[in-house]
Design a protein around this ligand. Sequence first.
Ligand SMILES: NC(=O)c1ccc[n+]([C@@H]2O[C@H](COP(=O)([O-])OP(=O)(O)OC[C@H]3O[C@@H](n4cnc5c(N)ncnc54)[C@H](O)[C@@H]3O)[C@@H](O)[C@H]2O)c1
Ligand SMILES: O=P(O)(O)OC[C@H](O)CO
Length: 338
Amino acid sequence: MKITVYGAGSWGIALSLVLAHNGHQVTTWTHREEQCRQLRETRMNAKLLPGVHIPEQIALTSEIDCARDAELVVLAVPSFAVAETAEKAAAIVPAGVPIVNVGKGLDAAHDYCRFSETIDRAFDGQNPVVALTGPTHAEEVARGIPTAILAASASRSAAELCQDVFMNEVFRVYTSSDIIGAEIGGAFKNVIALAAGIADGLGLGDNSKAGLMTRGLTEIARLGVTLGAKQETFAGLSGMGDLIVTCTSMHSRNRRAGILIGKGKSVQQAMEEIGAVVEGYYATEAGHHMAQKTGVSMPITSELYHVLYEGGDVHRGIAALMGRSKKDEHESETTWLT
Ligand SMILES: NC(=O)c1ccc[n+]([C@@H]2O[C@H](COP(=O)([O-])OP(=O)(O)OC[C@H]3O[C@@H](n4cnc5c(N)ncnc54)[C@H](O)[C@@H]3O)[C@@H](O)[C@H]2O)c1
Ligand SMILES: O=P(O)(O)OC[C@H](O)CO
């Protein structure tokens, strides 16, 4: 198939390699001409995916209209660029061509909607949308390390097409109809990974991190179910799976940013030092907004918001979480008042 991948950061390149390996005709787009020139010259993104060769069979371009005759389009840009890129692509991509979004987050420019909604709006509902998401660090996918991922879509045929296109002997793709759960899990695991990184940076223990991850997943699922997701999705690849990989891996930009903050760096210093997109920063603001909008209690997200956006003290945040009123583990916390 002819496939355009919008985005030549670490994830866009890793997925382009999977698609090229599977025999597809791949064009990978980057938004900057200068970056495109460098990629063409070196056949490598030395900053974001060092040591990974981009074979000649992958065409590199900065022309947005490269998807004119694409049969499948992949959006692999940071959350802050999904709406803008989708709007540009919508003017070019033919109706009916599936759009696979792999960016994680909510759309801050459109009242924090999910990206499938952003894309649906941009494409006037004419193109099926798939969220391809799960525990997948680009560094490992690019090296052919066995990986499992989820293709979630309201369109069964689009999810299955995505499964067929991406799946190979080291890249296993499952399908799901629960795109709400897949998108919410993918967006908000990054919040918990930042928090888990802070715990690591502070030198807290395994108990602290396991508690954060488990209660973090509880609050993500609580929000997701309120928005119409299936509870079981949060126990799957796009929920627990992605949470595990992001909270435990040194590949994770979110976890590493958290470690730097835990060690005393400012939020801005940490983001700069990472030098790649730290989605958890934006997702924390999105989560804070969604908790207020829906009335769902998201205490870890709220405390992290206080630290990241309001200069709150990390130790005070931990004390606030530990000192909350007594709860039953499965108590439903649908409002701030419980
Ligand atoms: N890297 C991974 O392992 C991985 C895995 C799964 C999902 N994701 C998700 O994929 C998305 C992209 O992440 P990444 O890891 O490729 O990021 P990255 O930081 O490696 O690269 C980001 C790329 O986006 C480009 N960019 C910056 N501003 C842009 C704009 N306005 N328009 C278009 N492009 C722009 C940058 O030049 C860079 O090439 C994120 O939402 C991330 O959470 C990443
Ligand atoms: O490096 P991170 O923390 O942005 O995580 C990347 C992917 O989302 C992992 O699945």
